[in-house]
Structures are given as C-alpha cells and as structure tokens.
Design a protein around this ligand. Structure first.
Ligand SMILES: Cc1ncc(COP(=O)(O)O)c(C=O)c1O
Length: 743
C-alpha cells in the first residue's frame, strides 16, 4: 500500500484482503474511528452502529469512563500473569459474582476460552463429584448452537460450515433440539454430566426458546444430577433487557459463561462462573491462561459493570428493545412477503428475510449504503444489536433507513415481477409502507385500576420532613384545612370511581398523619408488595401499620407476597417506583427518600428491569412529584428535579412522548397525577399543560387538593394501585425465591 498519498477505503480493503486470512466476509466499510453509537469510515462517512461488534460494544464505542479506567491502569501495570495477585482482579470478580449470584469466577479472555473452561469444569465435575467412570462424560448441546471457533467448540456444533475439513473432533457431545424437552430426555444417558446451551440462540438467527422450556430443562437437570451451563457470551450483561437472559426464564443455571460486553468494548474479557461446589474441581495447575484476568482487563471489566449499573443500561435495553421491536414489526407488517419474521429480546432483534425474495446480505449492504451498520447471520437473518446507550431518536433513524431499504427492494421485486407494468404505475406495497410506525411506546392500558386509599381522618401537618411542610402555618387554620382535606379526598375517590376504578379503603390511625399517602406504603406488582422502609423517624412507625394492613389484604387474596428491602435500605413505595407497562420496566427515584440500592430488591422480587433516576431537588423528594406516566406511554416530567444524567436518560427513552411540565404545574404538585385510561386526575393543570394533554387525546379532571399540597402530596400520593401486572399474578422468579430465603 502506498503510504505517501492519502489512502481511501479501496486501498484498505485491498490491503486487508491481500494479507489477511479470508476467514471473514466483511462489509465494504473501512472503520477509522467511532464514538458511542456512531462510526466513521476512512472517507469521513458517518454510520449508525446497529451491530456493536456482535454485542461486545454494549457500552458504546470508547465509553469515556472505560477509557479513563484503562488509562489509569496503564499508568500502573497491565499484565502480571496469574503467577501473582493484582489489585484489580479481586474487586472485579467480587462485583461480577455478586451481580450474577455465583460464588466463584474463572477469568479468561475470549468467549470461546470461557466455553472451553466450562466444558473442562463440567467433565471434571462429572468424574469427581457425580462419580462417572473415567473418559466417558458427555455434554448435551443444542443443534444450531454457537459456542465459538476452537476445535472443541466446533466439535459441539451441528453446523457443517463451521466443521467442514476440521476433523477429527473432540468426542463427548450429544445433540438435542433447542426448545424440545423430549429431545433432551432422549439424548440424556447415565454418562451425561452437563447441558451446555445458549438461552437464546444468537448466531442461529436470534432464536427464542418456547415458553417454559428452560424451567423444564432446569428441573430435568436437577433431577438427573446434571449441570445446567448457560452460554451467555452474547446474551448476557443487559443485551436482552435483563442482566442475564436466564432471568427471563425464572431459573438459575449451575454455570454461566460471559464474554464480549464484559470487556467494555475495549478488551477481550470473559469468565466462567459457578458456585464453589462446582468450580472447586479446578486445582492449581489444572487450567489457566497467561492473559486471563490480567490487571488491565480486570480494571476495565470492573468499570464496565459499574457503568452498566450507573447508566441503567439494562433497563434501557428492556425499554428501547420493546420500542425497536415494535417499530420493526410495523415495517414487517407492511414489508411482507419480503420480511417473514421479527423476533428478539431487549436490544437484540433478528429480522428474517424470505430467501426467495432477497438475501439478508443484500439488505445489510443496502443498509450500510444508507449509513446503518448491521450484519447478517446465515443467509436469512439480519441482526440488530446496537450499543445499549442508543436513544429512541437513533432507533428511529435506523428503522427509517431499514424501511427505505425494504421499500427499495420491494419496488425492484415489483418491477421484475410478471405484472411489471401495472405495478410500476402504482407501487402498492411501497405506498403501504409509507405509513409511519406508531410513535406511542405503549398500548393504552385499559384495565380497571384497583386502588388503595386511606381517609384523612387524622391528617395534619405535624412535623417537617420536606420543604412543603409548615406545622405553624397549618395550625393557624387547622380546622378549615382538615375539612378541605376531607372534601378533596372524597372528591378524588369519587372521581376514580366514576372512571371505573375499584377503591379499597383502609382505616386511618391516630398519630400517623401521613398514612393518608398510600402511594408510599408499598409498591405492588403481580400480587407482590414491597413494603416501605421509611427514612424519617417521623414516619418509621407507619411500617408496622402498613404491614398489618397488607397482611389483611393478603388474607383477603388481594396480595400474595410481602417483601421488604434489607435493613438500612430505605424505600418509599410507589412514590419512588412507577411501573411502566408499555416499556416493561420500573422507573425508580432515589437520592431523597429511597436508597439507590432499593432497585436490587425491586429487580429481584419482581424480576423487572429497573431504571433508577437521581432526584436532586428536595422539593421533589419522591419520583411521583416530578414524573407522571400516562397510559399511552407519555411522561409528564419536571426536568429541574433530575440530575443531568437522569434527564438525558428520560429523554433518550421517552423521546417525543415526553411532556415538560411548566414550572407552575410542578410547583403546585400538578405532576403528582393519576392516569386512568384517557383520563388524567390532577390537582392543578395550567392552560399550557392542558393544551398539550388534550392535544394528545387526554381528558383532564382537576380535583383541588390544596390541603394535601401543604404536606407535599397530591392525587398520586393519595393512591396506591394494587393490580399492576408484569409477568402475571402468581409468577415466581428465581431471584424472588432466593431473596425470600435470604430474608
Ligand atoms: C454464544 C456465544 N458463545 C461463544 C462465542 C465465542 O466468543 P469469542 O468470539 O469471543 O471467542 C460467541 C461469539 O459470538 C457467542 O455468541
């Protein structure tokens, strides 16, 4: 290559093509630099990265915190080998094990090496723990799996392209059909030591398991004393909208393989995780890797996990994944028969193309020409797996480009079809495609709400625990305010009932004036309640009362389970945990009354992705004072209540459905509202806000709640919804079982 003149794409393609082994078929895009979700080629063209290096770049390209962590470590030491200890490996593995719920982790570099580690571990466990005779242990693997490219990994593969010409193969694998328990049972022998399987088959075309398959597989493995090992190299670490894809299945595996995103898009970092009873079959000298767990990799891996937590990347993946799926399904509906299926979980979506109409590769190349990078898998599936930092606006851009590609291809197919002249004159399918995908993230939630309220019989402003409270002022006019409180509360209840809600009334108790604010006493989802743990001593006494009240609800069958956050982890119920059915996540507020770590309890008990937002203004001390979710997916919010990062996250997820509350409404607690279908019940609504809401098809019902405003509360605070559904009543998640045991 002539290095004197400025080289262009063609020069680099020629150079790489000339000297590099031809084991890949890259798209003709020469990437020179990248930042977050964007990539630029050597000719200066910009692309949106919807592939993120097969999920290795889940944090976005060159995340500044990851680059800084790497640079800090590069000033100290990079590679020590495991001949010595380092200051970074212990903290990294502790964080990883705690996050995934395992006792031990064995660090490696690439995904394939971690798979090899798991296979070695399973075999040794088979001999030393299960008691199998030497040299006979078998591992069951799914047909169409992908576990990497080493000789052993391809020995476990059923794909001719991966295997041809590379035999002889490692023995000891037997196949079953993914998703088919009968086939698992038939493949199991007395010598089976493990099942090794991807929770979602990625390279096979993002193939999801049938409902219940993994629960049955888990039970089968436990019964047969077989290890269940999940390869989450691609599906793990937020890609599917959960930290780990096994969380969707309500199970816990015996071994977990991670890679790709664990290196934060900077380095190859992988690991195999298991409990001591399994992992301790490894003894010094039995397994290792010179680079595995090096100090630099561990520093980056630790920061990668922290960034994932701090930036709510898992909950973003859940919410934006729903959005991406919906938008692609709209393209599919109009793009038939070219697009046969759209499937996925979180920000991991496969679009299946009818091979009789087009190849996935053809569409991927056209998409790249329109500035969007994706990648085919096999001939028929286009994969979309953007960085988890992507925004709704960028998803819109990608889907619009894809829609244009589908349009273009359909128009060509129409021209080439038998009825060419007529189709040319009126291209029916492309016109249909021009219909825009619905912008609403959520379907209108029409289910009649089931609400808990408590009358203001002993309500007064007796102490000051937020800036709205002023006991002296209240005392001046206590009688009138108490009457106003009763009138406002009764009007609110009547309004809810007129809108079809069922209201359960719980008696008030003398001495606990804030009991009236039922939103704070718990949050309820799928019949499970997480009860409050109040920060302020003034309200702490409400806890026992709340528990009694919920015990009664449980006795009546209104609630199934009661949970609480761990000691010292404050949490003020639905006021700080707003369930978003459309985006399938929990929005959580922290920093004033609730602790950030309460989101672990929410995630574990409900099994729901939780997006935590820091509240920075003491006047907006609960999320419900500055964030109101409407049933069509719109969010009314008060930007000043959130940190800059929180604002950016809300904007990225809610996009055009975001409604900024005028200061007047925020300051009158108008954001503290309740939406029932298309009706919004509010204590205050400025003309500007009313106009915005009505333009979106909502009806406004203003109920004066001035007496409660003096305590910093309004409609939402006075209401607790008992019938939120996510997985459905009775759903038990593995995390919940473990959490309940720990409690
Ligand atoms: C499920 C799964 N396992 C293992 C691997 C291999 O990882 P690596 O390419 O880092 O060796 C991959 C890579 O795509 C994968 O998707």
């Amino acid at each position: 290559m002539d290095t004197k003149k400025r080289a262009n794409s063609q020069d680099f393609v020629r150079a790489e093509g000339g000297f590099c082994a031809k084991n890949y078929h890259p798209l003709p895009v020469v990437v020179e630099r990248a930042r977050d979700c964007l990539v630029w080629d050597v000719d200066g063209r910009e692309y949106l990265d919807m592939m993120s290096a097969y999920s290795a770049v889940s944090h976005g390209h060159l995340h500044p915190r990851l680059v800084a962590a790497a640079q800090r470590q590069l000033d100290k030491v990079a590679v020590t080998s495991r001949a010595y200890y380092s200051t970074t490996l212990g903290p990294f593995l502790e964080k990883l094990c705690t996050r995934a719920g395992f006792e031990r982790a064995l660090p490696m570099n690439t995904g394939a090496e971690a798979v090899e580690t798991a296979i070695k571990c399973a075999r040794r466990w088979g001999y030393r723990v299960k008691g199998l005779p030497d040299e006979c242990a078998e591992i069951l693997v799914a047909r169409q799996n992908f576990h990497g490219r080493t000789t052993t990994a391809i020995s476990a593969s059923s794909e001719p392209d991966y295997r041809a010409g590379f035999g002889p193969f490692t023995p000891g694998f037997r196949y079953f059909d993914f998703g088919d328990m009968a086939s698992v049972r038939a493949a199991t022998t007395s010598e089976t030591c493990a099942v090794l399987v991807e929770p979602i088959q990625g390279e096979a075309g993002i193939v999801l398991p049938p409902e219940g398959f993994f629960r049955e597989l888990r039970d089968w493995c436990s019964e047969q004393h077989i290890l269940l090992i999940l390869d989450e190299v691609q599906s793990g670490l937020g890609r599917t909208g959960r930290w780990f894809a096994f969380e969707h299945e309500g199970i816990r595996p015996d071994g977990l393989i991670l890679g790709k995103a664990l290196g934060g898009g900077l380095l190859p970092v992988s690991a195999f995780l298991a409990d001591a009873a399994v992992m301790d079959v490894f003894t010094p000298g039995s397994h290792g890797s010179t680079f595995g767990g090096n100090a630099l990799a561990a520093a980056v891996g630790l920061e990668a996990l922290r960034v994932m937590e701090d930036e709510n990347l898992v909950a973003r993946s859940a919410a934006l994944g729903e959005y991406l799926l919906k938008r692609l399904r709209a393209v599919q509906a109009a793009g038939q028969p070219l697009i046969r299926a759209v499937r996925g979980r979180g920000l991991w979506v496969g679009v299946e193309v009818d091979p009789a109409q087009a190849s996935a590769r053809d569409l991927v190349e056209r998409l790249a020409r329109r500035g969007v990078l994706s990648k085919e898998t096999h001939e028929t599936v286009i994969r979309f797996a953007p960085p988890l930092t992507i925004t709704r606006a960028l998803i819109d851009q990608a889907v619009e480009a894809f829609e244009a590609v589908v349009l273009e291809k359909q128009a060509e197919l129409a021209v080439n079809s038998v009825a060419a002249p007529a189709v040319l004159a009126t291209p029916a399918a492309p016109v249909a495609l021009r219909r825009r995908a619905p912008t609403a993230a959520a379907k209108l939630d029409e289910s009649a709400p089931h609400l808990l309220m408590s009358p203001p019989d002993f309500f007064e402003v007796a102490y000051t625990i937020n800036p709205w409270m002023n006991p002296e002022q209240w005392a001046l006019d206590a009688k009138q305010l108490s009457q106003d409180a009763h009138a406002g509360w009764a009007a609110l209840k009547a309004t809810y009932e007129a809108l079809g809600a069922k209201v359960v009334v719980k008696p008030a108790a003398r001495g606990w004036p804030d009991l009236v604010f039922t939103a704070n006493c718990a949050v309820v989802l799928d019949g499970k309640a997480i009860l409050a743990r109040y920060l302020n001593a003034e309200r702490a006494g409400e806890q026992a009362h709340g528990e009694r009240m919920f015990e009664q609800l449980r006795a009546r069958g209104e609630i199934d389970w009661l949970h609480r956050t761990p000691e010292g982890v404050y949490f003020e119920g639905a006021g700080d945990a707003i369930y978003d059915a459309g985006r399938r996540l929990m929005w959580m507020g922290y920093g004033q009354r609730s602790c950030r770590s309460a989101h672990h309890t929410i995630e574990q008990v409900f099994g729901i992705p939780t997006l935590s937002l820091e509240l920075v203004d003491p006047r907006f001390y609960h999320l419900d004072t500055c964030f109101c979710l409407l049933s069509g997916g719109e969010v009314i919010y008060h930007p000043g209540a959130f940190s800059e990062q929180g604002r950016a996250q809300i904007q990225a997820l809610v996009g055009a459905q975001l409604i900024e509350a005028p200061a007047e409404d925020a300051e009158h607690l108008g954001v503290n509202s309740v939406c029932v279908g298309r009706d919004v019940v509010m204590c205050h609504c400025s003309p500007a806000l009313r106009q915005q809401l009505e333009a979106r098809g909502y009806r406004i019902h203003v109920v004066p709640l001035g007496a409660f405003n003096r305590s910093g509360g309004a409609a939402y605070c006075l209401t607790l919804k008992l019938n939120n559904l996510y997985r459905g009543r009775g759903a038990v998640v593995e995390g919940e079982r473990r959490w309940a045991e720990a409690a």
